[in-house]
Design a protein around this ligand. Structure first.
Ligand SMILES: [Zn+2]
Length: 220
């Protein structure tokens, strides 16, 4: 059993750390009961339709950070995400780790994915980027910050952390989300089953608490 403080440290970005890097978006400053749910690594035919269906049931809008490889394989799912009123962003072509990849290769992945996304993107919205694993370097931020809104998060759902029990993850998720939190789930085969459990339970709870759910493109 992983101790609760460690679970919290893994899943929640504290305000002091957010303040240290103001060029990255960790949350949306608001006092209104709004949450910004985000789904990384998709689209994937096994789980994206489930997520879209559940979001529709709660009239929720969200943001999907898509991987170029998956966009190539499942363009119809990208269209479906947009038809449902959600936002989409760039998550590199093959889920590259900025700490292990030369900058040039990494940026190339970002721009290939941008080219793949372009036919789908409505022009009036900002380009969104989330670095896989939340790993970034100063040079990377410098290269992308004028072109992209770089989105990190305030709370991770913990669907990816198989060593943590779902009960622990759900508890932290409900305890630490607050008005304006950006929350991460994973829309992928690897983490989909845990994501389904956490999302279904959390969205029901938040909705009962009076929260609304907006995408990073919505007026909020
Ligand atoms: Zn990812």
């Amino acid at each position: 059993m992983v101790v609760p403080w460690l679970v919290k440290t893994l899943l929640v970005i504290p305000p002091w750390l957010q303040k240290k890097y103001p060029q990255l978006q960790w949350r949306i400053p608001t006092k209104k009961k709004i949450l910004f749910l985000t789904f990384d690594d998709g689209p994937c035919p096994e789980h994206t339709p489930f997520v879209l269906h559940l979001l529709r049931a709660y009239q929720a809008k969200a943001t999907f950070f898509l991987v170029g490889k998956q966009i190539e394989k499942y363009p119809d799912l990208v269209r479906l995400i947009l038809q449902n009123g959600h936002a989409i962003g760039n998550h590199t072509y093959s889920h590259k780790d900025a700490w292990r990849t030369p900058l040039k290769t990494y940026l190339n992945e970002v721009f290939i994915t941008e080219t793949l996304l372009k036919p789908f993107l409505p022009k009036q919205y900002p380009l969104l980027f989330r670095p896989p694993y939340g790993h970034w370097k100063k040079t990377l931020i410098c290269s992308l910050k004028d072109r992209y809104q770089i989105v990190l998060w305030e709370v991770l759902a913990g669907d990816f952390a198989k060593k943590l029990s779902l009960t622990q993850c759900l508890k932290i998720l409900l305890q630490y989300t607050r008005p304006g939190s950006i929350v991460v789930f994973h829309d992928s085969i690897r983490h989909g089953n845990r994501m389904r459990y956490l999302l279904s339970n959390a969205i029901q709870h938040w909705s009962q608490q009076g929260y609304r759910f907006c995408s990073l493109w919505n007026g909020y």
